[in-house]
Design a protein around this ligand. Structure first.
Ligand SMILES: Cc1cc2nc3c(=O)[nH]c(=O)nc-3n(C[C@H](O)[C@H](O)[C@H](O)COP(=O)(O)OP(=O)(O)OC[C@H]3O[C@@H](n4cnc5c(N)ncnc54)[C@H](O)[C@@H]3O)c2cc1C
Length: 272
């Protein structure tokens, strides 16, 4: 536990975390009442909580207010000589420009394939379960994550109105299969109840399935593509895309405009 505390303290500078406090067994339940009281915990301030759907919708509204035009359908990259010049949606060219940012998540590989570019990126399925604790006010509860080999990497986070989200599976072999599976449910719920036995009587609301875009070495793919002028790839954010997405978007937009990035992006170059 002391090592965990030190590692969190060490990361404060670059993560922007606030205060750090060691909570002896029994104390963590003061903040997240359904936890197993036997767990000691490291509490950190300054951690955010994001509703992914709300975040996406807000980003779309902001983009449209800034002049972006939204087209729905199946997109393809338009090749022009030795470069990429635009985007076709459902067979119609809707964008014709000097640069295109490809940010199609785990699907980016198939969009690049017709250009002869192998991205080396694939989906890692995640099943995540939403439950409800009727009558409980959960808005102020912090996010809880397990540390260390013994309990694997699991988490629980609460939203207002008694909603608690627990997850998630990491299934690299599942491809784009979007089914909720029995094994996935069992894995998530077993881990959730080990962490937080007070969820035993919670109502299961829904299970969501998503595909994390994961590169061969696990690092993001961000940058121009040698030999394909005009294409900027921005994907491979894996399990951290909600966190790194805004920064990645800013960096990708700068690259598309021909600006020099504020730090060295070589480690993330696509096709490495
Ligand atoms: C269960 C789970 C839990 C997660 N938890 C966290 C977390 O706690 N914190 C965190 O930071 N991240 C988390 N993530 C990771 C995060 O969701 C991803 O990293 C992030 O969504 C990647 O964003 P993206 O925009 O690159 O790709 P995506 O979100 O996958 O978006 C790509 C979009 O492109 C569209 N698209 C693809 N191909 C085409 C095409 N040909 N035409 C038109 N549209 C197309 C897709 O439909 C999709 O909407 C989690 C992921 C999962 C699955």
């Amino acid at each position: 536990m002391a090592a965990a505390l030190e590692s969190v303290r060490d990361s404060r500078g670059w993560t922007g975390l606030g205060a750090v406090e060691l909570l002896a067994p029994g104390r963590a339940t003061e903040r997240f009442p359904v936890l197993d009281p036997g767990f000691a915990a490291v509490w950190t301030g300054g951690v955010g909580r994001v509703d992914g759907r709300l975040f996406r919708d807000a980003a779309l509204v902001a983009a449209e207010r800034a002049g972006a035009v939204r087209h729905s359908g199946r997109a393809e990259l338009v090749r022009d000589g030795d470069g990429v010049r635009g985007v076709r949606v459902d067979g119609q060219v809707v964008l014709d420009g000097d640069a295109v940012v490809l940010a199609a998540g785990a699907w980016s590989t198939e969009l690049c394939a017709p250009l002869g570019l192998r991205l080396g990126l694939g989906p890692v399925r995640g099943q995540i379960v939403h439950v409800e604790l009727p009558g409980r006010e959960t808005a102020g509860w912090p996010t809880v994550m397990t540390l260390g080999e013994e309990h694997g990497h699991h988490y629980a986070l609460a939203f207002p109105g008694g909603r608690v989200v627990v997850g998630a599976t990491r299934e690299p072999g599942a491809g784009f299969d979007s089914r909720v599976t029995v094994a996935g449910q069992r894995q998530v719920l077993d881990a959730a109840l080990t962490l937080a036995p007070g969820l035993t009587d919670a109502t299961v609301l829904e299970t969501r399935v998503g595909f994390r875009p994961v590169s061969a070495d696990g690092y993001p793919l961000l940058g121009a593509v040698p030999g394909l002028a005009g294409l900027v790839v921005a994907t491979g954010l894996g399990a951290n895309g909600l966190t790194y997405g805004p920064l990645t978007g800013v960096l990708a937009a700068g690259l598309a405009l021909g600006e020099r990035p504020p730090f060295d992006l070589t480690p993330f170059r696509p096709g490495r």
